[in-house]
Design a protein around this ligand. Structure first.
Ligand SMILES: [Zn+2]
Length: 487
């Protein structure tokens, strides 16, 4: 449907102006961290009539049944998958944190990179851990490097992974230095306009941006500053601006879904999106930019809230589960901590200890899975190397396999019983990371250049976003794309 509209426009353009390429001047990707699909509608009461969300919904094309097709449903995997059109098995971003050569790294940790704009550790960041190309990389290739590509967010990973490998600039917020920075992966000197932005907004940047509406405003203002100063969308060479809003995630984690704090964040976001659309309309021109809005993952209600509504809800701790499984493994094999660590539901075996003791790796993994499944709140524990031998439903098997980055992900993936979550007792916040609808059903709205208003409830996936954008641009999709263009 989208592509049919584009074909019509392309034909018209070809007749009128043979030399002009049938491409928008700018692609704008907007990711709202932890925004569930149904928020488009549950927050109807707080969207302003002329706010950003109503404008996008009225004029855009909504893919209302867009699912994340891998596990785990977390920020780094989401941002990488949206822009690469593929999953951790290919792009290698196994989680927000994972083990790389045995070292605990974040998705964007790069010991060889240095901060530009501050000298804290917050600058040791680059996209080098990501193995696949992105929408921005493809735009750069297709335009012989002439396109301008930039990413902006409070979170480093949410700016760096969407911007891609060949980006001109990614900017993120340094929590210690209280300003926006980049790294020498991109440039050796902070652009003057970023220095000016930090100076002009010093007071605002010194406040707690993470779960306050102010963080949403600063992100928008920086995105508009990038648009202006990097001269994006000014000519026929298609540029890419990737913007990610982090406050929505931090605020829900801290306060819980549908709380006054989260409502305030979304009310502000609605206004900020309107401000961003106004800036795009006036500087790039209505109809000259292609925009998409989506999320890196959803989120689930707090267990206390569920219990108050008489829904079953259970709380557990993955480190306690790991400790008890290790005790069972020690009784059987005589070695401590054979599961050496876990990041959320991804459990790592101590393969060095297993080799040193001359144990059979598959025996240890099978015993570990049995021990983990004795936990009342564990539905499945799967040794991923032997996933086809498990009796896991095919849907889950595929999502786990797609989320498994060899040499980076844990050996065993744990799926908790429905409505069981991790988190400290009494903590009011939301959670995510699982396969459930609440965590994996995300909004996806295309808007602007060549897009006809409409909606589909056909099943689409996060990995379809990149190939759809690239098909609209008549460019090659990112190199490891597994999704399909949405018609
Ligand atoms: Zn989160």
């Amino acid at each position: 449907m989208i592509l049919a509209a584009i074909a019509a426009i392309a034909t018209m353009t070809a007749v009128a102006q043979p030399s002009s390429p049938a491409r928008p001047r700018l692609v704008v990707g907007i990711v709202v961290d932890q925004m569930r699909w149904d928020y488009l509608y549950t927050y109807n009461n707080i969207w302003a009539a002329d706010g950003g969300f109503n404008r996008l919904l009225a004029g855009g094309y909504s893919c209302a049944n867009t699912m994340i097709d891998y596990l785990p449903t977390v920020t780094a995997c989401g941002h990488a998958s949206i822009y690469t059109g593929t999953t951790p098995a290919w792009h290698g971003i196994a989680g927000n944190n994972f083990l790389l050569d045995g070292v605990n790294v974040t998705s964007v940790t790069d010991a060889n990179a240095h901060g530009v704009g501050s000298d804290t550790k917050a600058g040791q960041v680059s996209p080098r851990n990501m193995l696949a190309t992105t929408i921005g990389d493809q735009i750069k290739l297709a335009t012989d490097g002439k396109a301008v590509v930039a990413g902006v967010s409070l979170k480093d990973r949410a700016a760096v992974l969407p911007a891609g490998h060949s980006a001109d600039l990614a900017l993120w917020y340094d929590n210690k230095a209280k300003r926006f920075i980049t790294s020498d992966y991109y440039t050796d000197k902070l652009p003057q306009w970023v220095t000016d932005f930090n100076r002009d907004n010093k007071a605002a940047l010194a406040t707690n941006l993470w779960d306050e509406p102010q963080g949403t405003t600063m992100t928008t203002q920086l995105a508009i500053a990038a648009l202006n100063n990097l001269q994006m969308g000014r000519d026929d060479v298609t540029d890419l601006l990737a913007v990610s809003y982090s406050t929505t995630d931090a605020c829900a984690h801290n306060h819980g879904i549908r709380t006054d704090s989260v409502n305030a964040i979304y009310r502000q976001l609605d206004r900020e999106l309107a401000t961003l659309l106004d800036a795009l309309d006036s500087r790039v021109g209505k109809g000259n930019y292609l925009l998409f809005l989506t999320a890196d993952h959803g989120g689930t209600y707090n267990i206390n809230t569920m219990q108050e509504r008489n829904l079953p809800g259970y709380r557990t701790s993955t480190s306690a589960i790991r400790r008890r499984a290790n005790e069972a493994l020690q009784r059987k094999f005589g070695i401590e901590n054979l599961i050496k660590t876990n990041f959320q539901y991804s459990f790592y075996l101590d393969n060095d200890a297993i080799r040193a003791a001359d144990l059979d790796r598959d025996d240890v993994a099978a015993e570990a899975c049995r021990a983990l499944m004795r936990e009342p709140l564990v539905q499945w524990a799967v040794d991923i190397e032997n996933i086809n031998a498990s009796y896991l439903p095919a849907e889950l098997r595929e999502r786990i396999a797609k989320g498994y980055a060899r040499d980076r992900s844990g050996d065993i993936h744990v799926i908790l019983r429905p409505l069981a979550y991790t988190g400290a007792p009494g903590h009011p916040g939301s959670a995510h990371g699982t396969f459930t609808q609440s965590d994996s059903h995300i909004p996806l709205v295309f808007y602007g250049w060549g897009i006809t208003a409409g909606e589909t409830t056909r099943l689409t996936h996060m990995t379809d976003i990149a190939p759809t954008v690239c098909a609209l641009l008549h460019m090659q999709a990112p190199n490891c794309t597994i999704g399909q263009p949405i018609f």
